[in-house]
Design a protein around this ligand. Structure first.
Ligand SMILES: [Mg+2]
Length: 277
């Protein structure tokens, strides 16, 4: 389990369209900021629609220190990626994928959509541009199902109502719609904060970074929400409260600039006085 040595800041970040560029999945522009975060021992908790298998690979590539992973849009929390998949290291907050697939199968006669289960490996590779191993990791799910909506846009509300009747939710991500149980990234953020608060000697300050409506609740419950614009400059989330900010660029570049600035601001007040008690 993560031990909070000295820091009182937790960063929660979406991946696609934020720390990973929308088009090429690159995080290279954010590497200087990732280095800075690591030097300051600030935990970076990735929060994505991606699966545990996908997120473990990315967290390793980014050389993140061990921190929880929020997978499948808050459906699954992995508490430590340095531990193998064992009981107690995984918390499923939403419905199981099996129960979601059963409900979707029953709605096939009424609505036109294609889920990851329907697409299989080849289809997921085509829709996402991911190589085969990553497509397989994307299919290895436990608590959500992404889908491509192929029906009239006007019928999405009826589809959502049918899902809600089964205690499921429907949310729009960057490129897919996501069916899940009664959970989201914001709820998962709160679970992680509650868990880590016990090892911190100060009130935890939370930063959250997102670019899509699926990130909205996570941004709402964070102390310092950062919105990342899409490549066309449009911002697809709303910021409430005085601490919100919009990154000056899209993708990993904007992520790096905005997070570096905020960390510098938050730490400038504590470095002169914070370490003396
Ligand atoms: Mg995103």
């Amino acid at each position: 389990m993560l031990h909070l040595d000295g820091t009182a800041i937790l960063i929660f970040s979406d991946l696609d369209g934020c720390l990973l560029n929308k088009n090429d999945y690159s995080f290279q522009s954010a590497v200087p900021t990732l280095d800075r975060i690591r030097q300051r021992q600030i935990p970076l908790i990735l929060a994505s629609s991606k699966t545990e298998a996908e997120m473990r690979v990315l967290a390793d590539e980014m050389q993140l220190r061990d921190a929880p992973l929020i997978c499948e849009n808050g459906g699954t929390i992995i508490w430590s990626r340095s531990r193998p998949p064992v009981e107690g290291n995984t918390t499923v907050l939403g419905a199981s994928r099996d129960s979601i697939l059963r409900t979707l199968a029953g709605l096939k006669t009424e609505f036109r959509f294609t889920s990851f289960q329907d697409l299989q490996v080849q289809g997921v590779m085509e829709k996402t541009g991911l190589p085969r191993d990553r497509a397989l990791a994307a299919l290895n799910r436990s608590s959500t199902e992404p889908l491509v909506w192929e029906d009239e846009e006007s019928r999405i509300d009826a589809f959502r109502s049918a899902l809600e009747a089964q205690s499921l939710t429907l949310t729009r991500g960057g490129r897919f719609w996501h069916v899940a149980g009664q959970t989201d990234k914001g709820y998962a953020l709160q679970q992680v904060v509650n868990q880590l608060a016990s090892s911190a000697d100060r009130k935890l300050t939370t930063i959250a970074i997102g670019d899509s409506p699926i990130d909205q609740h996570m941004l709402d419950v964070a102390d310092y929400p950062i919105a990342i614009p899409w490549p066309d400059g449009v911002v697809h989330v709303t910021l409430t409260g005085k601490n919100g900010r919009i990154a000056p660029e899209a993708g990993a570049l904007g992520w790096g600039i905005a997070v570096s600035q905020l960390i510098a601001e938050l730490c400038s007040g504590t470095e002169n006085s914070g370490q003396q008690g």
